[in-house]
Every structure is written in structure tokens, then in C-alpha cells.
Design a protein around this ligand. Structure first.
Ligand code: HEC
Length: 173
């Protein structure tokens, strides 16, 4: 029994020591350069999914008609979304890749979030994403504006031409 307990204590001690050395001697780098840590991506993904939870099923109180998509395009243009997430038909802004995680391109030719439920995008824009450059827009934008920009991103691959026109312009305010 004593031997077992001793083994347990030594075992746990070694684990803690390894963890300590890994974290404190540069095993983990907080620099933005380099790839993800082991399991970082899947853990971050699961934590985010758990935070969003039921909100992913939230439906927009506003329809995805041209007026709301147009309003969403103005929200996108006037709140620096372009700075990190790019403009329509333009290469990614240079700064996007200097964040870790990188800022994804949300308008074509970027991959965007057209496959995500609009409730998920609404949650992300409202709350932001901790440990990333993604700011929270609650308080800065009204809930209606957050829905409008979420509808815009959900429909980014099939926007009416007048909406595309706004998204090609330089910042308009
Ligand atoms: C300073 C840079 C920055 C600004 C400004 C910014 N974002 Fe982000 N955003 C990010 C980064 C970085 C991520 C990636 C976070 C991650 O992967 O965990 C992100 C993620 C997102 C996502 C989730 C993308 C996905 O693939 O799931 C959405 C949606 C989003 N941003 C929308 C917006 C909107 C809309 C605005 C403007 C109202 C905005 N962002 C402004 C940096 C920014």
C-alpha cells in the first residue's frame, strides 16, 4: 500500500514537473507565428461550440431581403470588419494572417461562413472570441444591426448586385 501511494505521488509529481517545464521553458509559444499546439484547434473549436450552445439555433427576426442585406453591407463596411475579414473580390488584407488565429475571409473569394447557421454568426459578432482578435460588437451595434450583418455573411455567395456594389467600395461613412 505504501509503495503504491509513493508511486502515485512520484507519478503525479513527474507529470506536474513535465507540465511546468513545458509551459515555463518555452515549450508553448504565445507568438502568433507557427502552427497550432497539439489538440489546440479541436479544443478551441469544442469550447467555442459549447459557448455558442443553443444560440446556433436562433433565427433572425429580420428577413434576408435586399433592404436588410444592404444595411448589413453598410454595417460591415463601417465597423472595420473589412480591415480583418477583407472586401468582396479582393485578396485578403495583409494583417489577416498576422493574427493567431488568422482572421478568416468572410466574403468571396474567401471561404466565408455561408454554411454556418445565422444564429452562430450572430453569437460570434455579438460576443467576440476570447484569445483572438475578434472583438465583441454588443453595445457598439444594435441587435438588429448584428442580425443584418449576420444575414449578409450567411448569404455572401448570393448577394444582389446593389449589395455587392456597396461591399466593393472603400470605407463609407
Ligand atoms: C481586428 C480584427 C477583427 C475585426 C475588426 C473583426 N474581426 Fe471577426 N474575427 C477576427 C479573427 C481573428 C477571427 C477568428 C477567430 C477564431 O478563429 O477563433 C474572427 C472571426 C469571426 C467570425 C467567425 C468566422 C468563422 O470562420 O467561424 C465572424 C462571423 C466574424 N469574425 C465576423 C466579424 C464581423 C461581422 C466584424 C465587423 C462587425 C468583425 N468580425 C470584425 C478578427 C476580426
Amino acid at each position: 500500500m505504501i509503495k503504491f501511494l509513493l508511486g502515485l505521488v512520484v507519478g503525479i509529481g513527474l507529470l506536474l514537473l513535465t507540465g511546468y517545464l513545458f509551459v515555463n521553458r518555452g515549450g508553448i509559444s504565445m507568438a502568433t507565428k507557427g502552427g497550432p499546439l497539439p489538440m489546440e484547434r479541436s479544443i478551441a473549436h469544442q469550447v467555442l461550440a459549447a459557448s455558442i450552445g443553443q444560440s446556433s439555433g436562433d433565427q433572425s427576426p429580420l428577413p434576408a431581403d435586399e433592404a436588410n442585406l444592404l444595411a448589413g453591407a453598410h454595417v460591415y463596411q463601417q465597423n472595420d470588419c473589412t480591415m480583418c475579414h477583407g472586401r468582396l473580390d479582393q485578396p485578403a488584407p495583409e494583417v489577416a494572417k498576422r493574427f493567431y488565429p488568422h482572421a478568416p475571409q468572410l466574403l468571396p473569394p474567401g471561404e466565408g461562413v455561408t454554411d454556418d447557421p445565422v444564429g452562430t454568426t450572430h453569437w460570434v459578432v455579438k460576443n467576440g472570441i476570447r484569445f483572438s482578435a475578434m472583438p465583441a460588437f454588443e453595445g457598439k451595434l444594435t441587435d438588429a444591426e448584428i442580425w443584418q450583418v449576420s444575414l449578409l455573411l450567411r448569404n455572401a455567395d448570393k448577394l444582389p448586385p446593389p449589395v455587392q456594389e456597396v461591399l466593393r467600395q472603400a470605407r463609407s461613412d
